[in-house]
Design a protein around this ligand. Structure first.
Ligand SMILES: Cc1ncc(COP(=O)(O)O)c(C=O)c1O
Length: 360
């Protein structure tokens, strides 16, 4: 049997149908309806955050966050999913790259400080908690304060991750989530922005509804980025079991770590972070060994993926780069292994054995 890289969570149809029936009976399909309200409140309580605004996907979440915070130019990480950069470019944001930390694969605070010393014109920082591993949020906050910059965290991978028991979504001026079907928690397509300040939340709430103000008058031009009631129904259904899902994913992640820590390089996790088991990245420097591992996995019907590659400063070479050697190195040797809620610890052990055979 094939072991897939990822498998979306399947909502229980009985529960889902009960929610959808409510929608059909009320005739309220979108525009901040009752299920939207329920999902917002339940997510705020579950995640331990305030000022959570549901939106239609994680890409628009980044764009609306930047628009709300008046970020027109930004320094970002070269090591992330393409949407972290493409969303900024689509928004017309002057985007430049600063390198990642060699060990954590997240935006490097020291390199970022040097970047701002060289060129201080940028309004903001857009950093990804890559693979659900929190950035060095304390050091990044110091750099942002020193240079007077706003921070948006792309937390698409970091659903329910905590740093010292506090949600990672509480750091920065805004954090964005993706609820795409492949994510730890999903609404098929969807996302959210968590703002530090209530005033930003209120502004964004109008911006995602065409810029219509509460009294119906027109404010700053907005966009349509609302999450509809059918999708909220999927979220409410899946949320019931999410704690168990995350526990299971974290246990699979730990089994991988136990088996692979002396075999391949693994990203260095933030020491105070909780795990959500979103992804299982490994790094193999030798091209020959990388290829041998990937070939052996494919032969055994196990999916894997070069993720994230290429480094985004290479993909978008017209944008300014302040030097991204670490990102080039990691993008050249990183492989993501299968990790999803429907896998067992035995599946993980089987994968570990194949890697041990090829990588040592
Ligand atoms: C790091 C990161 N940022 C942004 C996105 C975009 O999210 P969405 O697909 O919901 O637009 C994704 C995933 O899709 C992602 O992995």
């Amino acid at each position: 049997m094939m072991i897939a890289l990822n498998k979306p969570l399947t909502p229980d149809l009985t529960k889902l149908t009960a929610y959808l029936t409510q929608v059909n009976e009320s005739g309220w399909y979108t525009n901040l309806g009752p299920l939207h309200e329920q999902l917002t409140k339940r997510l705020e309580a579950y995640l331990g955050v305030e000022n959570l605004l549901l939106v239609s996907n994680g890409t628009l979440a980044i764009q609306v966050a930047c628009k709300t915070l008046n970020i027109n130019s930004a320094i970002t990480t070269p090591f992330s999913f393409v949407a972290t950069t493409s969303s900024l470019l689509w928004q017309g944001i002057d985007t430049a790259f600063s390198d990642i930390d060699r060990r954590s694969y997240n935006l490097c605070p020291k390199a970022l400080d040097k970047t701002f010393e060289q060129d201080n014109k940028y309004d903001g920082i857009v950093a990804t908690h890559v693979y659900g591993n929190p950035c060095d949020v304390e050091s990044l906050a110091k750099v942002a304060d020193k240079h007077n910059k706003k921070i948006v965290y792309d937390a698409a991978h970091a659903f329910d991750v905590k740093v010292s028991n506090k949600s990672v979504l509480n750091f920065g001026d805004a954090s964005t989530l993706s609820f795409h079907a492949t994510k730890v928690f999903h609404t098929v397509e969807g996302g959210a922005i968590i703002f530090k300040h209530k005033a930003d939340f209120e502004k964004a709430k109008q911006l995602i509804n065409f810029g219509l103000q509460t009294d119906g008058s027109l404010g700053e031009p907005g966009i349509n980025a609302k999450l509809n009631e059918y999708q909220c129904a999927v979220g409410l259904t899946l949320l019931d079991d999410i704690e168990n899902v995350i526990k299971h994913r974290a246990s699979l992640f730990n089994t991988y770590i136990g088996g692979l820590k002396d075999v391949v390089e693994l990203p260095q996790w933030h020491p105070q972070a909780s795990l959500n088991g979103a992804y299982m990245p490994i790094y193999i420097e030798s091209v020959q060994k990388q290829q041998a591992v990937m070939k052996a996995l494919v032969k055994n019907n196990i999916q894997c993926r070069r993720y994230f590659s290429p480094s985004l400063d290479v993909a978008y070479s017209n944008q300014k780069s302040f030097g991204c050697e670490n990102s080039h190195k990691i993008a050249g040797g990183v492989i993501c292994l299968p990790l999803h809620a429907y896998m067992s610890n035995d599946d993980v052990k089987k994968i570990v054995q194949i890697i041990i055979k090829e990588a040592i």
